[in-house]
Design a protein around this ligand. Structure first.
Ligand code: FES
Length: 103
């Protein structure tokens, strides 16, 4: 059964930016892009940079270190979809952002 966590309030994440939050012993990057929220592991699968600091562009986040771009919907690296950052379901409940993490 997935577990739900309140990760932040909607006011803590602004349009076209990412922000990292500690949840259940991991860092989760939360993004707001084109009015939609996304949640992804904050650690880049290349060399571990914080993806929350990346630039958002046309549904992707570009890692701040070497600019690998990851699709916000499925976490796949656009150049090689076999490499991906884990993504998590996220929803708005009242003023809160709630994510689902696997067991
Ligand atoms: S650490 Fe993210 S692209 Fe290199």
């Amino acid at each position: 059964m997935p577990r739900e966590f309140i990760v932040a309030t909607t006011a803590e994440v602004v349009e076209n930016e990412g922000r990292a939050f500690a949840v259940d012993n991991r860092m989760i990057a939360v993004f707001l892009h084109d009015g939609k929220y996304y949640a992804m592991d904050d650690f880049c699968p290349h060399m571990g940079a914080s993806l929350a600091g990346g630039c958002l562009h046309q549904g992707t986040v570009a890692c701040p270190w070497h600019a690998w771009q990851f699709d916000l919907k499925d976490g796949c690296w656009v150049d090689n979809p076999k490499i991906k950052a884990e993504v998590y379901p996220i929803k708005v409940v009242d003023e809160n952002l709630v994510i689902e993490l696997p067991d």
